[in-house]
Design a protein around this ligand. Structure first.
Ligand code: SF4
Length: 209
């Protein structure tokens, strides 16, 4: 039997302004109500869902996220949270022991490019959150969202990756969306050199021709 994944959109509020997303522009701004979320969690569990991912908008903007995670765990869900990391440092202590898997959004390994795509300066928050999460025995995945401004960069990078490298003792899993049919998961490290390596190889090939 296939596992059912519940994606729970807790809010349409967001502290990013990603160029490829319209959620942050939505009005009115809505937060899911506590009673509704808890009731829906129980119903979903009964219907066979075993995994819940809390997302948004930005789920860390919902003040009741710890309550939702705690209820979900109580009734046997595997839990995850997808976040842009801006509030991670501030809220992680409330979420300790409530999260099984973490997803951090990152759209470029170049700080300026990531910040431009996200409409706010949050690249450093992602990097800092990776470090902080280790202290809480959590191992975040990195989520890339492909769009017309980074697809060439990462298509080249993805195709160039044949195995994971570990640098500074860190190895991060990345789920690639958009091109999932080609490569649903790769391993890479923040500040990686895959793009540079791919470019270097291309330059070598061109020289040899
Ligand atoms: S962080 Fe997520 S919800 Fe917020 S603007 Fe970006 S893609 Fe949209």
């Amino acid at each position: 039997m296939k596992h059912l994944l519940l994606h729970y959109y807790l809010t349409n509020r967001c502290n990013s302004k990603c160029v490829f997303c319209d959620i942050w522009k939505e009005t009115p701004k809505l937060d899911a109500k506590e009673d509704d979320v808890i009731r829906n969690l129980y119903s979903a569990r009964k219907a066979g869902c075993s995994f819940v991912d809390f997302t948004g908008g930005e789920p860390l903007l919902h003040r009741s996220l710890p309550l939702f995670l705690s209820e979900a765990k109580k009734i046997g869900f595997i839990t995850s949270v997808t976040t842009n990391c801006i509030l991670f440092k501030k809220r992680i202590s409330e979420l300790d022991n409530l999260i099984d898997l973490l997803h951090f959004s990152i759209d470029s390994d170049q700080s300026e490019h990531h910040n431009n795509l996200r409409g706010v300066n949050c690249y450093d928050d992602v990097i800092e959150s990776i470090e902080i999460s280790k202290k809480y025995r959590l191992f975040p995945d990195l989520l890339f969202t492909y769009n017309d401004k980074n697809i060439n960069e990462y298509a080249v990078a993805s195709f160039g990756i044949t195995k994971a490298e570990v640098k500074n003792g860190r190895e991060i899993k990345i789920y690639v969306t958009g091109l999932g049919f080609l490569m649903s998961r790769v391993n890479v490290i923040p500040n990686n050199e895959f793009v540079k390596i791919a470019k270097k190889e291309k330059a070598k090939d061109e020289k040899a021709e």
